[in-house]
Design a protein around this ligand. Structure first.
Ligand code: FUC
Length: 803
């Protein structure tokens, strides 16, 4: 047992670090810092240094009514057309009459520039350059020498102090630098004493302009759009001159400390933005940060950051030859190491770094009280970002939060729950006005304003009212991990209930009594009609039904868990409906059918794998449904044979799905593919372009390969690939309130430690060998043949594999 105990004491020898020998030349090479609300991308420039900034409430738009009051007029007709087999006509009707407008984009705040004056003369060669991000510290650093100056810069975004802190220090020589602000939004910059102030008002609306056919796609209107402000305060022993054109010129400084604060007028998705109080709030944040001071803020930041980051640690080792090569490669800068990996696909420590980076990114983009992580976390430099840098809730936002519980960052899950609370309000109107249903719904895109209606465009993505029903599984999962009944009763259940009520009303009945969804799409795939035409709308996509079945099951369990006697009527409705849902079907290729009818897919290698929702993230396809499990394997084979998994997030989903199939080698191939094909030099996920979901899905997938805990049992190393021959992981969480440490050697589990938070019953599954369980005192714990044993609260149990 000593080794397992040792895991917690002795930190991993591996340094969780990304590092480079040159400045970032493009944004996808810069290094991200964040405190959940404020984000920064550090370029480490030696001519002009850039710190690209974001604030998570800076979006285009303003609170307004986005309902399509005409939608409901056409619902009955659309349904009838589909039931009559006139799907294409139904789709045309839906697209003409039942959709809404697009959501608003997330915006960049601006870029703080540090002009070192090298372009204008001071162009001595740069030596000993190094730029790094240490994940364990949450601090980005830049060091180099030039002429007789040797300088070191540090950057961190502090959650406790709600500001970004930067310090430059001349170890030799002194610093001359001009500080300024740039922004692609309309703005003003003023330099006043030792302060820079950036002010602006965001566009009231931004339309997409992919085709360049909109002459005014970025719309500014007086008095509309969110006002925002960023303030920078400097503290230096050098000389400071504030210029009329909004720059701070600093000369002969040994030390330069920069405090950055920002605020917008956002006060709530349905509330009038604050026009007056922003400067005051921003000034207060800035002065609080400077009163705390750099050193104290730094140590408070380290404490806060490590308290989360250090909960999980891991080591992945290949065989001796691979491990030796990996040690050599660990000495390479991260971009070169990634390039080497693209060739060899052998660097287990890089895969471990990718896992930890996903945890780092979640901590940096989603903290209690902030907005949830959007398509780009919180890091976006574009006024018209890809897919609006919004919340796409037909896979992407959910994937962002897959690692939250298992990778021991439960509090980082909270912003998603706050958003669900908002959506359960805004989505109540959508449910009623668009469809005449109880409860609440949201479609595939959500923004800061909690838009829950369909967007415009094709029904292929826009007509999909199951977003809320999928998202609430996150609330249920939080309960399963924590067994926190008051969370379930007060926060989760009312929102789950609303999603379930919507689905009860949304279902329609076939002549044989089967309950189906209609119109229904399978995000974002198409099928071929008899005449060869491709179409998206039909009856009962497999994903719709899987989501609804799961939601009804979970809601029934939730009623039991909270002892909700007053929910008798709901319980009856759910119990009656659930048995009338169609079964998951196996189609002509031996695959899980994507739709109720066994249509031919228009794009068999499609990036979405929606019909395997029941395998992952759902739990309806498993060891005890062997036929479905086999069909799921065929489905994945077919997707891959036709080029599937080609976007970062799609590949990350495949890791999770192969892990659920216990196909360790395919799961690992997908880890390799994600890193080799869909990863930028700063290890951001490439859709392409940058989209953060693949990072989070990758972290979740690696967890899923090492530990699974659905179906009331904890499965140790369910999909351990030979490429991770030996290793250990500490601090993973399992459903039922357990923390798990594991170690393995030569592909076999050696030891595990299970800590029980609540004294829930524990059921362990491990593929090979026999094992025994001892309690903290070293006494044997009785284990049933099924692998059950009783635990008591806060006690630890040690498992040793005896073969
Ligand atoms: C879904 C995907 C796209 C993209 C977008 C943000 O619609 O189909 O690939 O990831 O979300």
């Amino acid at each position: 047992m000593t080794r397992i105990r040792g895991i917690e004491e002795e930190r991993n020898g591996q340094e969780w670090k990304l590092w480079y020998q040159k400045p970032a030349s493009v944004w996808e090479e810069a290094l991200p810092i964040g405190n959940g609300r404020l984000g920064g991308m550090v370029f480490g420039g030696t001519d002009v240094e850039r710190l690209a900034l974001n604030e998570d409430t800076l979006w285009a738009g303003f609170p307004r009514d986005g309902m399509n009051y005409e939608a409901r007029r056409h619902l009955a007709e659309a349904r009838k057309l589909i039931f009559d087999g006139r799907n294409a006509e139904a789709q045309r009707l839906i697209e003409a009459k039942m959709l809404g407008r697009d959501c608003e984009p997330y915006l960049p705040l601006g870029t703080l520039t540090l002009d070192w004056g090298r372009v204008s003369g001071n162009a001595e060669a740069i030596r000993d350059y190094r730029r790094a991000l240490t994940l364990d510290d949450g601090i980005a650093t830049v060091v180099y020498r030039t002429g007789d100056i040797s300088l070191r810069g540090e950057y961190f975004a502090s959650a406790p102090d709600q500001a970004i802190f930067v310090r430059y220090f001349a170890e030799e020589g002194s610093l001359d630098v001009d500080l300024g602000f740039e922004s692609p939004l309309r703005h003003t910059v003023e330099a006043d004493g030792d302060t820079l102030i950036l002010k602006g008002r965001a566009p009231s609306h931004i339309s997409d302009n992919y085709r360049g056919d909109h002459p005014a796609s970025v719309l500014y209107e007086t008095g509309l759009g969110l006002p925002y402000e960023a303030r920078v305060l400097i503290d230096t022993d050098g000389l400071v001159h504030a210029t009329k054109n909004g720059k701070l010129e600093i000369r002969k400084a040994k030390m330069l400390t920069i405090y950055v604060a920002a605020a917008t007028g956002f006060t709530g998705y349905d509330a009038t933005p604050d026009e007056e109080g922003i400067s005051e709030r921003c000034r207060k944040l800035l002065s609080a940060a400077s009163v705390t001071g750099y050193e104290r803020a730094r140590s408070r930041h380290l404490q806060d950051h490590r308290q989360l980051f250090r909960r999980v640690d891991l080591r992945l080792e290949g065989d001796a030859e691979i491990s030796e090569a990996a040690v050599r490669v660990e000495e390479k800068p991260t971009d070169e190491r990634l390039n080497a990996y693209r060739q060899t696909k052998k660097d287990p420590a890089l895969e471990a770094l990718y896992f930890q980076y996903g945890r780092y990114l979640l901590m940096a983009s989603s903290r209690p009280g902030t907005q949830p992580a959007n398509l780009q976390g919180i890091w976006n430099p574009h006024v018209q970002p890809p897919w609006n840098s919004d919340y796409t809730v037909n896979i992407n936002t959910q994937m962002n939060y897959w690692p939250a519980e298992v990778a021991n960052l439960s509090e980082c899950h909270d912003p998603l729950f706050d958003m669900l609370q908002d959506l359960s309000n805004s989505g109540r109107r959508t449910a009623e006005i668009h469809y005449g249903c109880r409860g609440w719904t949201t479609h595939h895109n959500v923004d800061l304003w909690r838009m829950s209606t369909p967007t415009g465009g094709s029904a292929c993505w826009a007509f999909w009212p199951l977003g809320g029903a999928w998202l609430v599984r996150h609330l249920w999962d939080r309960y399963l991990f924590s067994l926190d009944v008051s969370f379930l009763r007060e926060r989760a259940f009312p929102i789950m209930k609303g999603a379930a009520l919507f689905c009860l009303d949304w279902l329609t009945v076939l002549p044989d009594g089967t309950l189906v969804t209609n119109p229904s799409t399978s995000p974002e795939n198409a099928f071929l009609l008899a005449n060869g035409e491709s179409c998206n709308v039909t009856v009962a996509s497999t994903m719709d039904i899987a989501i609804i079945r799961e939601l009804f099951t979970n809601t029934l369990e939730a009623i039991r868990a909270i002892g909700g006697e007053e929910e008798d009527a709901l319980r009856d409705e759910l119990s009656e409906a659930i048995v009338k849902l169609p079964d998951c079907r196996i189609g002509r290729h031996g695959q899980i059918q994507e739709w109720l009818e066994d249509y031919e897919e228009a794009e068999p290698g499609h990036r979405h794998i929606s019909h395997l929702y029941g395998l992952h993230p759902g739990v309806q396809i498993h060891d005890e449904t062997p036929e479905l499990l086999r069909a799921a394997a065929v489905t994945l084979e077919r997707r891959l044979a036709h080029g599937g998994g080609h976007t970062g997030w799609s590949c990350a989903w495949l890791i999770n799905q192969f892990a659920r199939l216990k196909d360790s080698s395919q799961a690992h191939v997908m880890v390799q593919t994600l890193l080799a094909n869909s990863t930028y030099p700063n290890l951001f996920d490439a859709h392409p372009p940058f989209q953060i979901d693949g990072n989070f899905g990758g972290t979740a997938g690696i967890s899923e390969m090492l530990l699974q805990s659905h179906h009331n049992r904890i499965e140790l190393l369910p999909a351990l690939p030979m490429a991770w021959r030996s290793g250990w992981i500490s601090g993973l969480k399992a459903r039922g309130g357990f923390s798990i440490n594991l170690s393995w050697k030569d592909g076999r589990l050696t030891e595990a430690a299970v800590t029980s938070a609540h004294g829930a019953n524990c059921r362990i599954k491990y593929a090979y060998g026999e094992w025994c369980v001892k309690n903290e005192q070293g006494a044997d714990v009785a284990v049933s043949p099924e692998g059950d044993f009783e635990t008591s609260a806060s006690s630890r149990y040690f498992i040793r594999v005896t073969r």
